[in-house]
Design a protein around this ligand. Sequence first.
Ligand code: MV4
Length: 674
Amino acid sequence: MFSKILIANRGEIACRVIETARAMGVKTVAVYSDADRGARHVALADEAVHIGAAPARESYLVIEKLIEAAKRTGAEGIHPGYGFLSENAAFADACKAAGIVFIGPPASAIRAMGSKSEAKKLMEIAKVPLVPGYHGDDQSPELLANEAQRIGFPVLIKAAAGGGGKGMRPVLKAEQFAEALAGAKREAKAAFADDHVLIEKYLERPRHIEIQVFADDRGNCVYLFERDCSIQRRHQKVIEEAPAPGMDPAHRRAMGEAAVAAAKAIGYVGAGTVEFIVDQSGEFYFMEMNTRLQVEHPVTEMITGQDLVEWQLRIATGAKLPLTQEQLRIDGHSFEVRLYAEDPARGFLPSVGTLRHLVLPREREGFRVDTGVRAGDEVSMNYDPMIAKIIVHGETRDAALRRLRVALGETEVVGVRTNAALLARIAAHPAFAAGEVDTGFIERHRAVLLPKAAPLSDRALALAALARLEEIARDAAALAQASNDRHSPWFSVQGWRPNGEGHDDLRWSEAGTDIVVTARYPREGGYVLALPGGELRAVASRDSEGRLRAEIGGDTLIGRVVTTAANDGGVDDIVFVDGEMRTLRRVDPRDVSLADAGAAGDGSVKSPLPGKVIDVKVEEGAIVSRGDALLVLEAMKMEHTLTAPADGKVKRVIYGVGDQVAEGVDLIEFEPSS
Ligand code: MV4
């Protein structure tokens, strides 16, 4: 076994590899760019080497820097993870030349699968089923048109060098062929500097089912069953599962054996995945082979009980496969969802920012989370915006799906937009529960999965109201305690009560719509909330994870409300419930823009809320500009930076760090310059 390896990657896969290496007693070396100095994978590894600037081109993709880092630290092997250099044959060669083990397949196997048309020629010889089509070298338009005719429309034109759907064109009728061919060639030329195309029978609504294979360097090869990755958006996988719904033992075996034949045909060693497309009748056809460990490998680990990174490390050091085909079994069912920082409102473009609040499901029996980030980390434009993979396992598909829904209900992200609501809606969809998965799933159900604007539910609004009422009660209690006059009616915890029962009007706005919830305080305790759907009795408590637990009407709901200062100085209550997130902007005289709330006309900066001074940014006599930070107040578990209301001078700093201050007191005496 290795005594030390270097992980030429970042994020969750780097963390994943480090964890297994540690469990096997193998020391780890992380590498990091300027952007990743404080990253989780760096903290986790035994050693870390800085390899350059944030852009991957200048760090994670620079072969010489990685080899140099491995040499310098004495690492005997390099694990490439996925993406970056994982399928780069030149990198595998460079490792070998430097006397370092590339923890992946031989460079020749990577090259063999690099071109779709070359791969197909090899697969044809190995008798792996191919989609009826043409993958020859003659690229004359006349010949290609004739081949299309022979195959029969509809056909699909694909770039030979392609991947991810680039240069792919369906053609329904012969008349459209010439134009589609020209388009596909232009796109292929631009994307891959290679305009070779192949033509295939176009399968409608196919499924993407892939087989995990493993080979050792003694000619043994096994398959670790299948994963169904049919649910994709623009060629990006969204949910993967193992085993594939509806797969029967005969098909499983036929596909597994075809995948092993594919691996053997190219002298494969290590972890690989053979992708098939499967038509509605269950016929399967080779698509491509990924010569690396894949993002979705955990679902295979969950159903086989094997650690695939451990297998990789053992095979890379010359060991034989840990298990035979007969010893491998499927246990239960597993799902993985990919939580991405992307904005559904902007066509799912990456959403960058700071992860100001991040709660992922707690790992426990049947629940696993693979992540490379922590709260406070930055999601930047430099790398893939995946936040985490959430993986569940259960005895049956239904049991696993129930756990998936629970896990998504526990997922909370503030600071970047995410695809979490899409994931929750897929997990809740009856067609998904029925296993009706194919590559058209999201498109077919888009009205439900990607609604324009779902109305705010009474459940979300009730939770927001209860959180706010808790806060009002807490602030009132704190203020009453700080006050000399404990009996002052202003400190009533139970709202404004001119005659008898108290009430509070809670106001928000969301997408330009005003929202009011009137809360009454019945004598028997709890609240009565006037929600759009009617009045409901509500009682709030907290669960062991600090989440808000509400008994509303006859229902129990669990969620969380995260109160946060927005960039524009406003205050948002962000409600997580039922797998969805809603952002409610507070409308409250007490919460008018915190940035200038302190700017009274009398030349002083006042405390907008009761709280504690945690930082004073200026000294007496300082000359400041409008908007400069003066003092940081912690209130309602948030930090509020109070800024200069105008250009001017700091005359007096009245409170210091650690001082508790009431609402409305002068914090800084300020003299605007005229
Ligand atoms: C196909 C196909 C239908 N017929 N080939 C998309 C990515 C590329 N690697 C292969 N892809 C497809 N090839 C034939 N002959 C439909 C797709 C396809 C697809 C495949 C797998 C997962 C998602 C997909 C989404 C759209 C199209």
